[in-house]
Write a protein that binds this ligand. Structure first.
Ligand code: NAD
Ligand code: DAU
Length: 350
């Protein structure tokens, strides 16, 4: 079996590559990644010489290249993660998100359709999406698989659009497609533009912790390895044309999460209690900021028997330890272009 994983050099992708190499020992795993600022082959050093692992550098938007690749390799399955993934970047450069997330997904769907149109038996196109497509919740309620789409950021609008195309290819062309929509991931190898790794890095460097607005925004957090395991399970046992919500049963208001992080960091760094909390700085809010995300993950739990394996406190502790033990990784990804990104994103907020 030949499985193509797109975006495998990114945060979630590298854990999915590892999980698939382990769970599907007779499969050949192909990682296709453009290596944007978010893609990093350092994330896969431990498996780069694995006999079943193959890396291909390429752009999912490059139709000629993708069609040739699918003709040459004849993949049995695609696990599609490659995307522009950061909401703040989508606000400053929405077209880049439309291109990669919508057009790139369509290029892959077309290539898959062309290579398997006569016989898609046993094949699968699995699209990895986000809970942000559902928009925002108020103080109560949960996103289910039947919640209407109501995306509020260019990022979530582009992911919602790609979900619709995946569904449409399933209905119109009979492609064997499946989609999952997951909540906020955290863990090792996450690029420090997202809340948790950005704040870990700033605490290490004694820099301000920029909390958007009043900090009373809520997210449901899931340890990335648990997401990778859910993806492997859905790939194996999920039903075609179905959608599965994946979540951590783990809601935190941003400000409470940041305080928990500060406390754990103080202990691990041997700093007096309360040191990191003093770095908290409330800054101008994100435009169109969704108030609350919360996933009802009972379908994947009941139908496939999946549930998260670690508590948030455990997962956060593992995550912090990884960043503290991998300061070279952090230094490498925060040098150069990151400095410009940080200055331009946070200057206008203060
Ligand atoms: P990431 O930004 O860390 O990684 C994205 C990867 O895609 C990078 O390796 C990048 O080089 C690659 N890529 C980008 N454009 C490409 C292109 N044109 N061609 C080929 N490769 C390209 O993202 P992530 O956080 O790992 O998210 C992965 C997927 O999971 C995304 O589709 C995202 O929407 C979805 N998702 C993320 C989260 C989360 O909390 N991070 C939650 C739910 C769903
Ligand atoms: O819900 C799933 C989504 O989670 C994924 O689809 C996205 O790819 C992923 O980036 C994430 O989106 P969020 O916007 O929720 O994640 P982020 O880490 O950017 O922000 C989490 C919360 O923290 C959000 O309410 C904004 C806030 N925040 C973020 C940053 C970067 C801050 O207060 N300060 C910050 O500096």
């Amino acid at each position: 079996m030949k499985i193509l994983i797109t975006g495998g050099a990114g945060f979630i992708g590298c854990h999915v590559v590892r999980e698939f190499l382990q769970q599907f020992p007779s499969a050949q795993i192909y990682n296709l990644d453009k290596l944007t600022y978010a893609g990093n082959l350092e994330n896969l050093r431990d498996v780069e010489h694995h006999p079943n692992y193959h890396f291909i550098k390429g752009d999912i938007c490059d139709e000629v290249f993708i069609n040739e690749l699918f003709e040459e390799v004849r993949f049995d399955a695609v696990i599609h993660l490659a995307a522009e993934s950061h909401v703040d970047r989508s606000i400053t450069d929405p077209l880049a998100f439309a291109k990669t997330n919508i057009l790139g997904t369509m290029v892959l769907l077309n290539a898959f359709k062309n290579s398997w149109k006569d016989n898609s038996e046993g094949k699968r196109f699995y699209h990895i999406s986000t809970d942000e497509v559902y928009g925002t919740l108020g103080e109560t309620g949960l996103f289910t698989e039947t919640t209407s789409y109501a995306p509020n950021s260019p990022y979530s609008a582009s992911k919602a659009s790609s979900d619709h195309f995946v569904r449409a290819y399933g209905e119109t062309y009979g492609l064997p497609v499946v989609i999952s929509n997951c909540s906020n991931n955290y863990g090792q190898h996450q690029f420090p533009e997202k809340l948790i790794p950005l704040f870990i890095n700033n605490i290490i460097e004694n820099k301000p912790l920029p909390v958007y607005g009043d900090g009373n925004y809520t997210r449901d957090w899931l340890y990335v390895v648990d997401h990778a395991k859910a993806i492997a399970l859905i790939f194996k046992e999920g039903k075609n044309k179905e959608t599965y919500n994946i979540g951590g049963f783990n809601e935190w208001k941003n400000i409470d999460l940041v305080k928990e992080l500060c406390q754990q960091m103080d202990e691990k760094l041997g700093r007096p209690k309360g040191t990191s909390e003093k770095l908290i700085t409330f800054v101008k809010d994100r435009p169109g900021h969704d108030l609350r995300y919360a996933i009802d993950a009972s379908k994947i739990n009941k139908e496939l028997g999946w549930k998260p394996s670690v508590t948030f406190e455990e997962g956060l502790s593992i995550t912090i330890d990884w960043y503290l033990n991998n300061k070279d990784w952090l230094r490498n990804v925060t040098s150069g272009e990151y400095q410009n990104y940080y200055a331009s994103t946070y200057k206008f907020r203060t």
